[in-house]
Design a protein around this ligand. Structure first.
Ligand code: URA
Length: 255
């Protein structure tokens, strides 16, 4: 969409159709390259309010997290949190699953359709590939703890926005603290960038142990690798993922 008039026409259409809520957190109308004409009184208050809502939600999530002393408390907090619009379109809140005393914590991007339906992370095709890769290094699903950056499925499995990730990140960080794993495995670029707080591509990040520092200053080695969904589409990359998993195996044995 290039013209602000198009945006206004669409908004007018939504209003005439009775739409009075948005269910996406992305503030795309504030893009710098969109010229804001003086005749756009509709846009400013709505977008400013959205931006304020997002900042408040992020702050709210951070404050809530400090109250969670156990994983069950954190699960409750996430389930009752209303600061991320993805919850409106998702069927389930998909919290972490697996061994609470695990040495390895695996973090993916967000639930897909199967995870949303069942309410558990990595239970669809990607999950089955992940389980095969784990078993190749002698680990079962029950040995590890598995979670995602986002507890709600983005509609149509779209890539999560930065705003959605920023709002949900405090919950993930608290989950990492409560699990306190020996090693973190980050699957895919979204998880790697969110947890390691960088913007490097997954091709650059994968295969190296990087430091993840808890609020207590404890440092946990974090290894990024390709997302299983990517590997299902690009089987030629499985060899690289295999070397990553071998590196994980070696590191586990050192610990
Ligand atoms: N992809 C993810 O990143 N997480 C899941 O739970 C399922 C698919």
């Amino acid at each position: 969409m290039e013209d602000i008039t198009d945006i206004q026409n669409i908004l007018q259409f939504y209003i005439s159709a009775g739409v009075d809520q948005t269910c996406g957190d992305d503030i795309c109308l504030l893009k710098k390259d969109v010229q804001q004409p003086q005749t756009a009184p509709l846009l400013r208050p709505a977008t400013t309010r959205l931006a304020q809502d997002m900042t408040a939600s992020r702050q709210n999530a951070r404050e809530l997290c400090t109250k969670a002393e156990t994983l069950d408390e954190l699960r409750q907090l996430v389930s009752s949190f209303d600061g991320c619009a993805l919850k409106l379109t998702a069927k389930s809140t998909v919290f972490g699953d697996g061994n609470k005393n695990a040495d390895v914590m695996i973090i993916g991007e967000a639930p897909g359709a199967d995870e949303d339906r069942i309410g558990l992370p990595f239970v669809g095709r990607s999950g089955r590939l992940l389980e095969k890769m784990l078993s190749a290094i002698g680990l079962k699903r029950e040995d590890v703890y598995i979670t995602n950056v986002l507890p709600w499925r983005p509609p149509g499995n779209r890539t999560p926005t930065d705003a959605e990730i920023a709002v949900c990140l405090p919950f993930l960080k608290r989950q990492i603290e409560l699990i306190n794993p020996k090693i973190i495995l980050l699957l895919g670029g979204s998880a790697a960038n969110a947890v390691l707080d960088n913007t490097d591509s997954i091709s650059r990040l994968r295969g190296h142990f990087l430091d993840y520092t808890l609020s207590t200053k404890t440092v946990i080695p974090a290894l990024a690798s390709f997302h299983p969904a990517f590997l299902l589409r690009n089987s030629a990359q499985k060899a690289k993922a295999w070397t990553d998993f071998l590196r994980l195996f070696k590191k586990l044995k050192e610990n």
